[in-house]
Design a protein around this ligand. Structure first.
Ligand code: NBP
Length: 470
């Protein structure tokens, strides 16, 4: 057997499909998985006639690769990656390229980059989005870390990536943990959009009494307009899907508790650390947390009454408002994510080109949508754009749709239906466009109880008042 072009470690969903994708682009691939049964099953079921070579120990895996070796790790993020690197690094030579394609926390990526650097290994932290189908047919790849590593392995990653606006949806985005940071914020945006779509579905169901099929038709129609996106498209497909056993829409048979693996939480934690306003992403994380309190929610429903459902709802008027609300919630999710990337880039020295980030997201990834093309154009025209809503066509979208968002929220609150992402989207946008907020009172309160001082509107300096003095 001649030496393989690249090696893939970790043969769960992502690793298997990326190995197949690499092979389909003309590369020979050696694969390895900690548990041999998984490698055997993959080799037997999916690699016949392909230039994919299974190995059963790391030494054979490493020995089978052409030098400088190119290795893609697709293992569970966290301790698994550390455990694997512990075993792998001693087997590699200076100049070999190691890519972590998992959802690593950006701080871990920086630590591993330094660890690899001490051995002369060229390290890349690459966020990969697209799930199972994306991994097989073309994901979006957000790479960061060692630029020399990208020079060696970048052409392979670009070959397997989705083709979007302006070419492959794969790019070297910056040094250190830039790639994994961008992927983390991508996932934060994903959380907010998914929750906004779930809120729209809930309003269709509970205020308008719509069936799964009816709601599916509305999402399908939205998918033909500015909301056209992967997540809206799959929502329509999900709502149409019928459960064979019960004959009802499958979605109605699914338990209403959502899991989370951490990237949305990390994105919100980092937003708080940076002091960047990303409340809808945090609201989406909290919504999943509340959903997990299934038992408590069941008991509280009987104890805490809400309003009676309104009888006089004009269906087409509410659906119109709901489309506006969903569109703005999605736009504001992107706006917050881009703002977080802008702030993180400054603080962490990533030097991100936000237009390029949006371009990489135009295909292959879970948040791909028609909106990403004008987002990329907006940041191309103004790289330092502070907030997406200030640029066209998003400013006009705000003008045309904010009343619909307000009407939707009024209806939702009247009906007692939670809409955390939609409402935090309106709150953050309303706060951003308000020249004078009530934070003057906050300053005064802080000074009252803690002598924290305050600043005045009419002269410079810090002031303190003895508020309880006569
Ligand atoms: P998982 O995240 O489920 O990880 C399973 C893989 O990790 C298996 O190959 C497993 O080997 C391996 N592994 C573990 Br667990 N501990 C290990 C250790 N100590 N040493 C070596 N290998 C170990 O797989 P996945 O869903 O394919 O995702 C892979 C990476 O891609 C993750 O970081 C994930 O966050 C990221 N990602 C996933 C998706 C997605 O849609 N699934 C999308 C984007 C990114 P074993 O067979 O021996 O247990």
């Amino acid at each position: 057997m001649s030496a393989s072009d690249i090696g893939v470690i970790g043969l769960a969903v992502m690793g298997q499909n990326l190995a197949l994708n690499l092979e389909s682009r003309g590369y020979s691939v050696t694969v390895y998985n900690r548990t041999a049964e998984r490698t055997e099953a993959f080799a037997e079921s999916r690699t016949a006639g392909k230039r994919i070579h299974p190995t059963y120990d790391l030494e054979s895996f490493v020995a089978s690769l052409e030098t400088p070796r190119k290795i893609l790790m697709m293992v569970k993020a966290g301790e698994a990656t550390d455990a694997l690197m512990e075993q792998l690094l001693p087997l590699l030579d200076a100049g070999d390229v190691l890519v972590d394609g998992g959802n690593a926390h950006y701080a871990d990526t920086e630590r591993r980059l330094a660890q690899a650097h001490t051995c002369g290994i060229l390290y890349l932290g690459a966020g990969i989005s697209g799930g199972e189908a994306g991994a097989l047919h073309g994901p979006a790849i957000m790479a960061g870390g060692c630029r020399e590593a990208y020079i060696v392995v970048g052409p392979m990653l670009e070959a397997v990536a989705a083709q979007g606006v302006g070419g492959a949806c794969c790019a070297f985005l910056g040094p250190a943990s830039a790639g994994h940071y961008v992927k983390m914020v991508h996932n934060g945006i994903e959380y907010a959009i998914m929750q906004a779509l779930a809120e729209a579905y809930d309003l269709m169901r509970r205020v308008l009494g719509m069936s799964g099929q009816g709601a599916a038709e509305v999402f399908a129609e939205w998918n033909r307009g500015p909301l056209a996106s992967y997540l809206v498209e799959i929502t329509a497909s999900i709502l149409r899907y019928s459960d064979e056993e019960s004959g009802r829409p499958l979605v109605e048979m699914i338990l209403d508790t959502a899991a989370q693996k951490g990237t949305g939480k990390w994105s919100s934690q980092s937003a708080l650390d940076l002091g960047t306003p990303a409340p809808s992403i945090a609201a989406a994380v909290f919504a999943r947390i509340v959903s997990s309190l299934k038992g408590e929610r069941g008991e509280a429903e009987a104890l805490l009454p809400g309003p009676e459902p309104a009888a006089d709802v004009d269906r087409s008027e509410l659906l119109d408002a709901l489309r506006s609300a969903t569109l703005l919630a999605v736009v504001i999710a992107y706006a917050q994510g881009m703002r977080q990337l802008r702030d993180a880039s400054k603080e962490r020295g990533y030097g991100l080109d936000l237009s390029e980030v949006a371009r990489v997201w135009t295909a292959g990834c879970i948040i791909r949508s028609q909106l990403l093309t004008p987002i990329a154009e907006a940041f191309k025209a103004e790289p330092e754009l502070p907030y997406l809503l200030l640029a066209e066509p998003f400013r006009t979208m705000w003008i045309d749709h904010h009343q619909g968002l307000r009407r939707t929220l009024a209806r939702a609150h009247e009906a007692g239906i939670p809409v955390p992402v939609m409402s935090s989207s309106l709150n953050v946008a309303d706060a951003y466009r308000t020249a004078r907020l009530p934070a003057n009172l906050l300053q005064a309160q802080r000074d009252f109880f803690g002598a924290h001082t305050y600043r005045r509107v009419d002269r410079a300096g810090s002031f303190h008042t003895e508020w309880e003095s006569p």
